[in-house]
Design a binder for this molecule. Structure first.
Ligand code: SF4
Length: 394
């Protein structure tokens, strides 16, 4: 079986048993029922019909006064753009809907704390050429697009995403490729943005093809949120042919809440896996959205059903205007502690803080060490039962 035989959500019946399919609800088009199937399932139509104005948004959801005010005061700082697909998942009346909170401006965005940072991960200071961050010896972050299907309200790259003046120029892409070509210690390239799935297939094909010509480049990773915000993009066989052509390809996506895991999302990830991609997920711990062990556990269980490894859960970083999404670090550790032992280790992501200023990812873990006396080390398990382990003398 390959991706060309699984084209629609009906085809998923050929692969999965009913009890698995039932976990991924079939969502209608919601307020877009009038749109023809040929438009709805065309990713270009989805992009050119993104919801970007208050009037368009008012037709889809009942906006609160706070949301309207946030849009009026805040959209100059960070635009709104929501695909019709993602908008169709929003609750019309509930401002706490996790899909709505990630896509509709909120008043919290107007607050910039003195400790907030424009470039929270210090990505711009480690750029040997524009559009490429080289911080670790053997790997680089290569920005090939500065737009995304949807503009996430919690985005860490707000300073660049959807800012036309920072668009990844063709020359930047060429300069980035040249840099990677000339620096043979680079083994691992993260192709990101923005979103590389935002590129036309031939452009992505070109970039991946150039990378694959370099015999020192082994790992190629694509960071994309399209499987979440525009899974219809993955109905495009041309995209999957590109992915299949340049193996091995790892794809990291960004699901934050089980509500994003629809039958269309299952189709997209099934097709990506059938095209040979290895799939991972990087979620962000977001207050009021997924800062709860039950939600995080359901999210991770459903990721595994879609063949996606829960890779990281990030502490929400210090980007400007996202402090309303931040939880205490202790909340993240508590969630991991409540998952560990109660579900498989495969379902537990590594909780990390991407250190402000460019320190890299620092793991945050519950402490299972109790004490050490001589060569006896006392540790505790997930039920708080203690066990002694004896080290050999050095
Ligand atoms: S998909 Fe990623 S880069 Fe794009 S807006 Fe969302 S968080 Fe930012």
């Amino acid at each position: 079986m390959d991706f060309t035989t699984i084209k629609t959500i009906e085809d998923l019946d050929k692969i999965y048993p009913k009890h698995i399919l039932d976990k991924f609800p079939i969502r209608g088009k919601g307020p877009f029922e009038h749109v023809s199937d040929s438009d709805w399932y065309d990713w270009h139509w989805q992009l050119s019909n993104r919801i970007t104005t208050l009037d368009q948004l008012k037709k889809i959801i009942n906006l609160t006064n706070d949301e309207q005010e946030a849009f009026k005061l805040g959209s100059a700082m960070f635009k709104m753009a929501i695909t019709p697909y993602y908008a169709s998942l929003m609750d019309r009346n509930d401002p706490h809907c996790p899909v709505r909170m990630q896509s509709v401006p909120a008043k919290g965005e107007l607050t910039v704390l003195p400790t907030d940072l424009k470039d929270p991960l210090g990505e711009d200071k480690d750029m040997p050429v524009p559009g490429l961050t080289h911080r670790y010896p053997d790997r680089v972050l290569f920005y090939v697009s500065h737009d995304c299907a949807m503009l996430c309200r919690h985005c860490t790259r707000k300073r660049k995403v959807a800012n036309p003046t920072s668009a990844a120029l063709r020359q930047h892409v060429e300069d980035g490729l040249k840099y990677i070509r000339e620096n043979r210690q680079i083994r691992d390239v993260v192709v990101s943005g923005g979103d590389p799935f935002h590129l036309a297939n031939d452009k992505l094909d070109y970039i991946l093809g150039e990378l694959r010509k370099m015999d020192h480049v082994e790992v190629v990773r694509l960071g994309t949120r399209n499987p979440v915000t525009l899974p219809i993009r993955v109905r495009d066989d041309g995209l999957l042919q590109v992915i299949q052509k340049h193996q091995p390809i790892h794809i990291n996506t960004h699901y934050n809440h089980p509500k994003e895991m629809t039958r269309e999302a299952l189709l997209a990830n099934t097709r990506l896996a059938l095209a040979g991609a290895d799939l991972g997920n990087q979620s962000v711990l977001l207050k009021g959205i997924n800062d709860d062990e039950k939600i995080m556990t359901e999210l991770c269980h459903k990721l595994l059903l879609m063949k996606i490894r829960p890779y990281y859960v990030y502490q929400c970083d210090l980007a400007e205007g996202i402090s309303h999404f931040r939880t205490p670090i202790s909340k993240g550790i508590e969630i991991i502690e409540k998952m560990r032992g109660w579900t498989s280790g495969l379902a537990i992501p590594q909780y990390v803080i991407d250190a402000p200023g460019g320190g890299g990812k620092i793991p945050m873990n519950p402490n299972y060490f109790v004490k050490k006396e001589g060569n006896k080390v006392t540790i505790r398990n997930f039920k708080n039962n203690q066990y002694d382990y004896y080290e050999v003398d050095e």
